[in-house]
Design a protein around this ligand. Sequence first.
Ligand code: SF4
Length: 463
Amino acid sequence: MCGIFGIFNIEKAEKYAFFGIYALQHRGQESVGIASSDFEDVKVVRKEGLVLESIKKEELSQISGYCAIAHVRYSTAGDSGGINSQPIIMETPLGKAAVVHNGNLTNYLALREELQAQGIELSYTSDTELFLKLLGRGQFIPEGIEIHPLDREIMPAIFYVISKVKGAYSLLYLFKDRIIALRDPMGFRPLLMGRLKDAILFASESCAFDILQAEIWREIKPGEVLVVDKHGIRSYFPFKSEKKAMCIFELVYFSKPESYIFDNWVYRVRKRMGELLAEEDEIEADLVVPVPDSGLVAAIGYSQKKSIPLELGLIRNHYVGRSFIEPTQELRDIKVLMKLNANRAVLESKRVVVIDDSLVRGTTSKKIVNMLRRAGAKEVHMRIASPPVIGPCYFGIDTPTRDELIANRMSIEDIRRFIGADSLKYLSLEALRATVENPEDFCDACFSNCYPLEVEGSTLRIR
Ligand code: SF4
């Protein structure tokens, strides 16, 4: 997963980009980068680590400009760490350009081989580089598409790139005098446009606009290519968006609850997940306890629906940074204990329903159940506000391999035994789909094993 941000037409754009990308830190903590243009040249700063800790004031002032794009990275394709951090920047036949990408190309290896066969050197091991390497290698004008005179040079080259790549991409190009925003025709990852006085903004989630007191304008639509320059905004739809596949996991877990994405307020959808989980559940209990922070909103919905009080039975430590010390076997619980602590004051002798957003490997849930029991809970009933995760993601979320997904190896009863809970229940797939207005426009492949798109090297069930 990654977060992307862009801003056009404002003095000190790099500073706005810094705060905008900071608001998207939850989407990636491995590296951060900002590229900026003063309408003459495109410059970049890229660092490993968190936004606030890595980029220094002096480094920002060296890239001062009027438009900027930024990125936080959580690797899903390519090596993690510095080498693949973004924005990637290079000279292209269309001038110097930088690019930031959220998503995952499903035909990366084939494209890579194709380019290498033509003698083109690739310097990175991530798919994002291809968006620059393919620029200027061909031109394509889809039938019926009229290109504005200002875009005649650049747009056929961009359409050519889009005609070659497959998979998930919400992406921003920065050229010295313009930003181009792209969203793949299936719309896997979110991308929004906002306004702040005369400036135009782009972001993976609307929470990045809030920090700058900018307003949400609209989403970049699946399949849309949007150009913004000094002359204004121009929008193209070069390829039909026949089947949409917006990632439902963004609503389950990934996006911030206060964000607006995919025409939905995340908070409302997540709360509804909790309400529907409650409707499907017969259990009687004294307390509802959310797993902070991602289980909190669903727990509110569950608690209100069931009229069972919600208490903070698990408290999160907000000062956990990245730990480079791997705990020894004897201290194997320490990683979870660093993040969460059970609150004996509310748990003692209580029948507890604990709500989490998802259950992937099961190891964290096991530790949480154990923690709640040690703090005096009489019964622990684990409830998951999404269905069992049974398939890996090929479209930009870093889920484990199929074998590592516990629901792929064990029955629900076996998982319950493994995590040590008195009972275990998941939200049904039907109920998850009922939380959004047009479920057919969403990808839920990791829950249904029914994929929206073919992936090279895999034999998947395609919906
Ligand atoms: S497979 Fe799951 S995580 Fe990946 S895009 Fe689809 S819903 Fe999202």
